[in-house]
Design a protein around this ligand. Structure first.
Ligand SMILES: [Mg+2]
Length: 263
């Protein structure tokens, strides 16, 4: 990982979109700071489209898409997106019908129940009611689950047929094939008519932890806030650049560097 000072004008000018994680990247332990929020406006004023990409629920993403200066908000690790249509209405972009969603969530609820029985250090996350495609277990938000328990719980979930993601706060159970990179590419094609490979190449990604790993490996320009250092062992590809500060302050530092290099 290189310091932000090494970022070139060519790299900063080659992107048209900034995709960013929320927990412990834009947000400080779940809180949106003034410095991080104002950085969003500076990025937008520099001509960049902004896309939030979070493991948090679709119900939360609707609010972000409506209230923040965003082009879209991808939720549940890229499975679905909220964005404003040409007619001015906000819609959830979900490739599956509602009945299939209900069936899948019931099956995930059963897998979650089995995991909680076996691993009492984990608990149900408190944001599951707003979720559309996945179930989330708390491993680091209000609890501190041991990494060995998380690893064993993920292995059991896999053996029961679910895919898993782990962020700094949650372990997710899902049947969806998307991640933060493929979910963005799918959205860019559906909403903007972009070629998926080109959309990834022309976008920067900012993140901090394990569920950002597919994005660090796929986006054209990648950044970590400084707290990414404690997750680097779980990333197959680390971010290209790293901020000197953590979470929201690091997000603002990266935004400032991008805006300054774009000139
Ligand atoms: Mg995060």
């Amino acid at each position: 990982m290189r310091p932000l000072l090494r970022l070139s004008s060519e790299e900063a000018r080659a992107i048209d979109t900034v995709v960013f994680d929320l927990d412990d990247t834009l947000l400080d332990h779940g809180r949106l700071t003034e410095v991080a929020y104002s950085a969003l406006f500076r990025l937008r004023e520099a001509g960049l489209a902004l896309v939030a990409s979070t493991g948090r629920p679709a119900g939360w993403a609707q609010l972000f898409a409506r209230q923040w200066p965003l082009t879209a908000a991808l939720a549940e690790n890229g499975a679905v997106a909220w964005a404003r249509g040409d007619d001015g209405r906000y819609r959830l972009d979900d490739p599956l019908p509602l009945a299939e969603r209900a069936r899948r969530r019931a099956a995930l609820r059963e897998i979650a129940a089995q995991l909680l029985e076996r691993f009492p250090a984990l608990g149900l996350a408190d944001d599951n009611d707003a979720r559309h495609t996945d179930m989330a277990l708390d491993i680091g938000e209000h609890r501190r689950a041991a990494p060995e328990d998380v690893a064993r719980a993920r292995a059991l979930a896999t053996s029961l047929g679910a895919r898993t993601f782990a962020s700094s706060v949650h372990m997710h159970l899902t049947f969806e094939g998307y991640d933060k990179a493929t979910g963005f590419a799918r959205w860019a094609r559906a909403a903007r008519g972009d070629d998926p490979t080109r959309a990834l190449k022309r976008a920067a990604f900012l993140g901090d932890s394990g569920n950002d790993a597919p994005a660090f490996a796929a986006f054209g320009l990648t950044f970590g806030v400084s707290n990414v250092a404690s997750h680097v062992g779980k990333l197959t590809v680390p971010p290209r650049y790293v901020a000197s500060r953590p979470m929201g302050a690091g997000f603002a530092e990266i935004a400032d560097a991008l805006v300054a290099r774009r000139g």
